[in-house]
Design a protein around this ligand. Structure first.
Ligand SMILES: [Zn+2]
Length: 81
């Protein structure tokens, strides 16, 4: 999706909300909690043909935090989806 192509419908009408503010903070809905004291801002990528949405955490420090704090999904669990 970051390369500008929708993985769902193949359209190249992908728009990114990377510069949209506020990305995080008390009035920003564009963020996810990592722990009680930490939230990560998200970058949105939307296909304007089918509405498909992908979200990415841009902050490498937050990704490291998730490695430490969130349990890893096991390979066997993934098959059930
Ligand atoms: Zn699409």
């Amino acid at each position: 999706m970051k390369q500008g192509k929708c993985p769902r419908c193949g359209s190249e009408e992908v728009h990114s909300g990377v510069e949209v503010l506020p990305k995080s903070g008390p009035f920003g809905s564009n963020s996810i909690p990592i722990s009680i004291v930490s939230i990560a801002a998200l970058d949105n990528y939307v296909c304007t043909d089918c509405g498909y949405l992908e979200r990415y955490i841009a902050d490498a420090e937050k990704l490291k935090e998730i490695v430490k704090k969130w349990p890893k999904v096991k390979e066997t669990d993934r098959k059930e989806t």
